[in-house]
Design a protein around this ligand. Structure first.
Ligand code: ADP
Ligand code: ZN
Length: 235
């Protein structure tokens, strides 16, 4: 396993919207010191800053459609490729179709080392719909928070930033994102399964329970140390 030999971790966190990728990625990042690259966060930063790229992609993002590959692949690889000799990375939200997966693979193989692991977080669709309806996102650091219906959104627990509801978390856009996920993104699971890189974990339970499964899938102990066998109990 990569960590045991002191090498950086290169991983993809995979799963539908609302599976908890952002939350788990944040915890892994804090524990392992790897860089978290979330394609959706990169895009939302462009939207917030009103860049030319932001204007080009806003329709896609707000409606829950995939941003075209010509744009997406460059934006993400520009962040990933400088990290080749660094602490490692967690990709979240990318790849979202098999073409993106193929391009990423070719790029990493060109750098002599591919991904270590793809961890897919599995959650049933009805649970996802409920989660997205109560999801608030930090404007500043993009950390996701759950806010009960009727409750006032607090400030971000990570950075004190203001929380807002993403336009693509509205019901119509959520439906579309699930369709896109089924049609375009699910084949990526097969892509990684065939390569022996895939670990699937249930995303149902507390954040800590899911984190225990994710770290076990990565061969890490609960405190981020390499462990020979999966950790016996979640933190
Ligand atoms: P989620 O909360 O559903 O995981 P993200 O924050 O990852 O959503 O992505 C939000 C939106 O950004 C997507 O619906 C899509 O429009 C765009 N996007 C993000 N990643 C990609 C990608 N790899 N390819 C194409 N579009 C993407
Ligand atoms: Zn924040």
């Amino acid at each position: 396993m990569a960590r045991a030999s002191g090498l950086a971790m290169r991983m993809v966190l995979f799963g539908p919207s609302g599976a908890g990728k952002g939350t788990q990625a944040q915890m892994l990042k804090d524990q392992l010191g790897v860089v978290h690259i979330a394609s959706g966060d990169l895009f939302r930063n462009h939207l917030r800053l009103g860049t030319p790229l932001g204007r080009q992609i806003s329709e896609y993002v707000n409606q829950g459609l995939l941003v075209p590959d010509e744009v997406t692949i460059d934006i993400v690889l520009d962040k990933v490729m400088p990290l080749m000799s660094a602490a490692g990375f967690i990709l979240d939200g990318f790849p979202r179709n098999t073409h993106q997966a193929e391009v990423l693979e070719a790029k990493l193989v060109g750098e002599a080392r591919g991904l270590d692991k793809v961890v897919a977080i599995d959650v049933a669709e009805d649970v996802l719909v409920g989660r997205l309806g109560s999801r608030y996102t930090c404007r500043q650091c993009q950390a996701p928070h759950a806010v009960a219906p009727g409750e006032k959104a607090p400030v971000c627990s990570q950075c004190g930033g203001v929380l807002y509801q993403r336009p693509d978390d509205a019901p119509a856009a959520v439906q579309r994102r699930f369709q896109v996920y089924q049609q375009e993104t699910l084949p990526v699971l097969e892509f990684y399964r065939k390569r022996g890189l895939l670990a699937e974990v249930s995303g149902v339970g507390t954040v800590e329970e899911v984190y225990g499964r994710v770290t076990a899938a990565l061969g890490l102990g609960p405190a981020g140390r390499p462990s020979a066998k999966p950790s016996p109990k979640p933190r």
